[in-house]
Design a protein around this ligand. Sequence first.
Ligand code: ATP
Length: 401
Amino acid sequence: MVVTVELGDMEKQRTRKRPRLAWDVAPAEAEASQLRMPASESLVRPASPPRRDDDREGHYVYNLGENLTPRYKILGKMGEGTFGRVLECWDRQTREHVAIKVVRSICKYREAAKIEIDILQHLCSNDIGSSCCVQIRNWFDYRNHICIVFEKLGPSLFDFLRRNKYSPFPVDLVREFGRQLLESVAYMHDLRLIHTDLKPENILLVSSEYIKLPGYKRNSPEDMHFRCLPKSSAIKLIDFGSTAFDNQDHSSIVSTRHYRAPEVILGLGWSYPCDLWSVGCILVELCSGEALFQTHENLEHLAMMERVLGPLPVHMVQRACRGTEKYFRRGARLNWPEGAVSRESIRAVKKLDRLKNLVSQNVESSRASLTDLLYGLLKFDPSQRLTARQALNHPFFKNPT
Ligand SMILES: Nc1ncnc2c1ncn2[C@@H]1O[C@H](COP(=O)(O)OP(=O)(O)OP(=O)(O)O)[C@@H](O)[C@H]1O
């Protein structure tokens, strides 16, 4: 049995306890009712809501159904991040749904948003339609909030994994996601841009549609389990708020912890290869359902890396920046398990397996080529790591079995 549903609809069904509000009509209905309006009324421009104070964190305060400038009508919230909130809106001019990032009215976020807009426009102007980076449609400054208008996309790969109770994606789908992700990273790197925050949360499915497949029965015939798969494998990369140009200073800490490359942790400076490390971590997560390095602490993180990938190269340890000496004994060997903060931490590291075994436990076909690709992406030494273009030419993508 194959059931096709919209993820968005599934969410709405769960929460739709209250009666439908007047604003809550599908765009087609809204258009139809506008067409039925007397001519004099349809010419009236929709009003802006009264001015309100922002909340304590500088977020824009809104009610559903209100306008964000007369052009956009707010339909719902799609997400939230450090920079602001992303609202689903109806664009009256183009007659389509869009996602608008409404940035917090705090100076540093406003400044960062302007850089993100420059990068988005740069990505867009060079795109011949195949980059898999989200498209910026417009931007404006509204009541001290920079608003960036994007094409509306579906749930993130992380949302999908979570709603699917962290069951892994089939390897053929991982291949399709991996190919598109690497295409977009290669495209960015060609433009001398480094994303620095690649993670499943920042990879969105283009469509919310999915198919629901019957799974296995556990205890009784009624105990039917379902597994969801996206109807289309098309994805796009979002969140260019941390994107760096290759000529900038690269000494700061970048990337979300789980996807952070060893050279970043060791303070060795970073460049394009840090994105490829993140891609390696993401591909393992998509195949297994769980983040590879689930940690919040540097020493434990390095110990996990050694457990999965073998010892860190001595030349990297010797060049590591001041402040990281405490992670090593006599300047060479990782201070593990001696330096562990708790038994749980030692257990968490022990629970991990070698990369080869992690892949074998989760993947049926293409095991050997996927493992080889992952070893290439997760090379400790950034100068030896695969580039995005090299990874795209790997047999995992070129000769699928
Ligand atoms: N084009 C889009 N279509 C649909 N949803 C989107 C879109 N862009 C962003 N979102 C949703 O909004 C969330 C926040 O967006 P984004 O990551 O760009 O914000 P941010 O403030 O820069 O986040 P971070 O704190 O990770 O830097 C995303 O995780 C996603 O769920």
